[in-house]
Design a protein around this ligand. Structure first.
Ligand code: NAD
Length: 335
């Protein structure tokens, strides 16, 4: 029984952290969430929520006023391609995320935390293995010689090593998952930090039937996307296993972005044409390789992309409609 276990979820105000809090609560954990911002979309079901900046070592220390069994470190300076791949935010991304990781790992050691989960990313994989959109190579053992295509990826790789070094030297059990494009309801869907599936759902939801939406690049770049429930399931399975990782947490259902748009348009019941424009696109191809997770956890994600996209589209369409209603109510008031 997990009834007496306690956990801290760093990044509980964010997308995956919010879902993870709810999952841990459903398993009977006592959960303390922490984030620099409140969770906008997900009802925060944590027993305690600390609004605090994890770059501040004293804030990190203050989280341990009671015994904590497990820490889930998901806080990061994070966004979609428009935030991570333009180069403009690189110093902030590296400084902020590295500081959070250094702090949380050290306070976890000082407080005898039994296990800590670290959310790494598919962005650690070398660019040279992701040039062919039909055949990207992202098995865990291909990460070296290292050549991530973004500073975000370099920070993730550094922090993976940091966590594994603490495991080696400091008697703390570490679990590292490399997330591949996680999506689902209650995630960022506008404002510039949203990722591809949410951006496509929003653009299609806002477009008229027969309308046009803009996509960065030629749309032939390929990706796979993992539905949030499966991501959280994988994290829990990894935490409960003897395996440390790093291990891919992603889907193997890869498709070109143009086909993702087609899928969303079909779900929406709209005819949509794509206008290809210049913009940051990242690597040409990326897919999860699930051999290792299958081998170590005897499990791999299996929910078809279409199922997850349908749920996500429905939620984003509701947000778009609610925002439109708010705007027209404000306009009426000012008339
Ligand atoms: P998110 O942006 O929704 O969540 C990250 C949270 O960290 C945010 O709520 C943010 O406010 C918080 N945070 C940032 N700086 C902080 C600080 N100084 N102090 C306290 N909190 C701070 O992102 P997400 O999609 O939920 O991702 C969670 C983790 O998974 C991140 O580490 C991310 O890098 C990793 N990841 C996510 C994906 C994905 O597809 N979503 C893919 C690869 C890796």
């Amino acid at each position: 029984m997990n009834r007496n276990k306690s956990a801290i979820v760093c990044g509980a105000g964010g997308f995956i952290g919010g879902h993870l809090v709810n999952r841990l609560k459903s398993e009977g954990y006592w959960v303390r969430g922490v984030d620099i911002k409140a969770n906008e979309y997900n009802n925060n079901n944590s027993d305690d929520f600390v609004l605090g900046d994890l770059r501040d070592f004293n804030i990190c220390k203050s989280l341990f006023d009671r015994e904590i069994d497990e820490v889930y470190q998901l806080a990061a300076d994070m966004g979609g391609a428009g935030y991570l791949f333009t180069g403009e935010n690189d110093a902030a991304v590296m400084h902020n995320s590295a500081l959070i990781n250094l702090n949380m790992l050290e306070v976890s050691r000082l407080n005898n935390v039994k296990k800590i989960f670290y959310s790494s990313s598919a962005c650690v994989y070398p660019e040279y293995n992701q040039m062919d959109p039909d055949n990207p190579k992202c098995s865990e053992d291909t990460v070296y010689p290292a050549a991530p295509d973004s500073e975000y990826g370099w920070e993730k790789l550094f922090s993976e090593r940091l966590y594994l070094t603490y495991q080696k030297n400091c008697n703390i059990s570490v679990k590292v998952g490399r997330f591949h494009n996680i999506f689902g309801p209650q995630g960022t869907w506008d404002g510039g930090k949203e990722k591809v599936p949410a951006a496509v759902c929003r653009k299609v939801a806002m477009a008229e039937n027969g309308g046009e939406i803009e996509i960065w690049g030629d749309g032939k770049q390929t990706r796979s996307f993992l539905f949030i429930d499966e991501c959280v399931e994988a994290v829990r399975r990894l935490m409960n296993s003897d395996f440390s990782g790093p291990v891919n947490i992603g889907s193997e259902e890869m498709l070109p972005i143009n086909d993702l748009v087609k899928m969303v348009a079909e779900i929406a019941g709209k005819e949509i044409t794509i206008k290809h424009i210049t913009g940051p696109i990242g690597v040409r191809g990326r897919n999860s390789d699930n051999k290792l997770i299958m081998q170590k956890l005897d499990w791999e994600p299996s929910v078809p992309l279409r199922v997850g996209i349908s749920k996500t589209y429905k939620w984003i369409e509701e947000q778009v409609l609610a925002t439109k209603e708010k705007v027209s109510a404000t306009e009426e008031m000012t008339l």
